[in-house]
Design a protein around this ligand. Sequence first.
Ligand code: FAD
Length: 485
Amino acid sequence: MTHHDTKSQALTLLGGAATMLLVAGLASRRASRATAGRNSRARRRAGPPHHRVVVVGAGFGGLQAALHLARRRDIDLTLIDGHNHHLFQPLLYQVATAALSPADIASPVRGIIPASDHTRVLMATVTGVDTQARQVLTEAGAVPYDELIIATGSQPSYFGHESWAKAAPGLKTLDDALALRRSILEAFEQASVAGTAAEQARLLTFVLIGGGPTGVEMAGSIAELARDLLAHDYAMGQRRARIVLVEAGPRILDAFAPDLSEDAAKALTGLGIEIRTGTRVTGIETGLVHLHDESIAAGTVIWAAGTDATPVAKWLGVKPGHGGRVAVDADLRVPGLHGVSVIGDAALALGADGKPLPGLAPVAKQQGGYVARAILRRMRGRSASGPFAYRDYGALATIGRNKAVAEFGPVHLSGRPAWLMWAVAHIFFLISFRNKVMVSTQWAFAYATHQRANRLIIARGDQPPVAKPGYSVIPPSTNSVVPVT
Ligand SMILES: Cc1cc2nc3c(=O)[nH]c(=O)nc-3n(C[C@H](O)[C@H](O)[C@H](O)COP(=O)(O)OP(=O)(O)OC[C@H]3O[C@@H](n4cnc5c(N)ncnc54)[C@H](O)[C@@H]3O)c2cc1C
């Protein structure tokens, strides 16, 4: 054996040994990793230290908080909502006026926060909170919590005139929007066979109470719908719908700068809408609205004048603040209660100027993100990063096709540029990619054709049938009304 052969044999042996060591090392690392994994899974199965966070409300605020918390495996997250969907309320009026369909502006909550070993969604109505036992009380049972985030939003308020609700429904849920869509579309059907000119005029009269964004947007959308329907679907182009927007304050869109209120008023007037500012509603009956100086016979009356918080103050046993809201500390927790935060429309939180923050989607979303981060910090034993500070990125309201107003600090826009910004912003903020695609497509189609594909009258069991006895069918050749004798 030569010296060279010995050297190469030694090298081969060394190489083999090194390879074996490497393989053994890798195997032992893999084995110890597997053991560590088994141990940590066992630790997780063993129960606490999981932190139980319950979020009530899958609207703008609650969903934002839940999305943050669902990423953390050391949190047991329960998201409770009375509905199974997250709703993009700013576009509800478009469902009510047949521009969009319900599925375009809502997404199933379970599709956004899927069930896992540490997250669950519960469809249940919350009826109270036992703050001593730390349990959320629902119709489906009690849900224990270590931290509770309440984001149940607001509901229409009739300022003590609850009897007005039936004759002047508000717009808050998809059910409300579908009921309104039915009522608006039925008004045209019934007007087309009305027995008298006066009855036809009443059916084609729409009164909107409240000159905020919802009232303004509904009024503009009904005006455009009426114009297109009367001209095309009913061949009654010579008829005009009467649309009255009633506002108790001195101007519409009072959250906007006065010049933008004025631009909006001009745009609405251009659509033929009567604006009655400084006018109080004194009474509402079915088909009749009493103002201080006039009574208006109307086929459809819509309430967009005010909201109150959901009864969170009652659930928590605290004194309600302005609008029934729950006063919260600078970190959005309820003073005197352990581990309870209230956010969004249900919370009375103060802005940097000391005034209550408005009931807007961006406020709720930012608060949702803030409380989730604060909970995570507390879990790591760190204090809050400072008080909640709302960042106001501006406000938008639309009136109709190519008509909107936008306010970004000192920058005020109206007309088509504001309308394009409004459209892009709303598509951007929709929750799912599907909804973004559906809404963009429907808007593009409607813009090109002036048609609203969703003008379906869908009967519900608790509503009367559309056809009203007493009128005969009008021959298509005449546009006159033929009462049955
Ligand atoms: C028609 C309309 C148009 C609007 N337009 C705009 C706009 O253009 N721009 C804007 O910024 N804001 C707009 N808003 C306001 C905005 O929608 C609210 O400020 C925002 O939704 C508040 O968010 P939130 O999380 O507090 O409550 P919400 O988003 O209302 O969510 C509350 C959730 O709680 C659930 N819930 C309520 N009660 C219970 C209960 N007892 N048990 C279980 N679940 C319950 C509800 O089902 C809902 O999912 C509009 C509102 C409406 C109604």
